[in-house]
Design a protein around this ligand. Structure first.
Ligand SMILES: [Zn+2]
Length: 293
């Protein structure tokens, strides 16, 4: 599932490519993927210049000079591929559509820009969607009131993390970090990796964490996300094929989907256990459960 780093990768790539362009035409192959009515499309999308491309949580937002924004949610299998003559940039869910001739059977919507470039919204499982929303609404804090802070925001300090965690003192840290009202955009992979890096056992309840644990956890979350973004999330540049390991989200992973393999830190075998309803990977040796102090 595309998570924060993949959406951030799309944002950074598209920002340089589509800013200043305008959409001339939209080809809709699956109406459930494109939740914009005819009238709104004519009035607020067509022929309006792209001002900026942004991300909040896992949503990608293309701000237009109509004061509306195109909003994309990639859900399970969404990806965006920009094609202009021989130039291609694509990111999101890693499948062959990133590198093959488009449109293909996963293509749901095609945007055609004034420079003839095309932006393909591909989504095998069809859970993703595209909407258009007044930009003022997106900057209104109420719109995102159920989302916690952005983990890569400059204002996100270890104190902020501490305050957010403390609202769930008796919950397991794994569950709390997956809760989008606590933090925005952290999914299963990034939670497991951050906890491993912090040497925190995913079953530890929040009230057992020390101040030092939280400082290290804060640093680990940012480091894991930044590393994944620097590797390009899942993009056509590192994609090889659907069977290869490359092109997955997992190039940087130390524990995620590494059960029964040696921990890169201590060589103990990594285990997989269902915690908070999710397959959770950790090293029982260097992520020991905190005993009462
Ligand atoms: Zn270990």
């Amino acid at each position: 599932m595309p998570e924060l780093p993949e959406v951030e990768t799309i944002k950074r790539g598209l920002k340089d490519l589509v800013t200043g362009l305008s959409v001339k035409e939209v080809v809709i192959k699956n109406h459930k993927s494109f939740l914009i009515d005819e009238n709104t499309k004519e009035l607020f999308l067509f022929n309006h210049k792209v001002l900026d491309v942004k991300r909040r949580a896992k949503l990608l937002m293309i701000n237009l000079d109509s004061d509306y924004s195109l909003v994309f949610h990639l859900k399970m299998t969404g990806q965006l591929v920009y094609v202009n003559h021989n130039y291609r940039f694509g990111a999101g869910h890693p499948t062959d559509s990133l590198i093959h001739q488009l449109p293909d059977k996963s293509t749901r919507v095609i945007f055609i820009f004034n420079n003839k470039a095309k932006l393909f919204f591909n989504d095998q499982r069809k859970f993703g969607w595209i909407k258009i929303i007044p930009t003022a609404l997106l900057t209104d804090k109420d719109f995102f009131k159920y989302h916690g802070p952005e983990p890569l925001d400059l204002l996100f300090s270890s104190d902020v993390l501490y305050q957010r965690l403390l609202k769930h003192p008796n919950s397991k840290i794994k569950a709390v970090l997956l809760n989008q009202t606590v933090l925005s955009g952290l999914g299963n992979i990034y939670v497991d990796e951050s906890l491993w890096m912090s040497k925190i056992n995913p079953l530890t309840t929040v009230n057992r964490l020390t101040e030092k644990n939280i400082v290290v956890l804060h640093r680990s979350i940012q480091s894991v996300l930044n590393k994944s973004i620097s590797l390009g999330g899942s993009t056509d540049r590192n994609y090889v094929d659907a069977k290869g390991n490359k092109g997955s989200y997992l190039k940087f992973a130390n524990v995620f989907r590494k059960e029964n393999q040696p921990c890169p830190r201590c060589s103990n075998l990594i285990v997989k256990q269902k915690i908070a309803g999710r397959g959770t990977h950790f090293c029982p040796n260097c992520q020991k459960i905190e005993i009462e102090k």
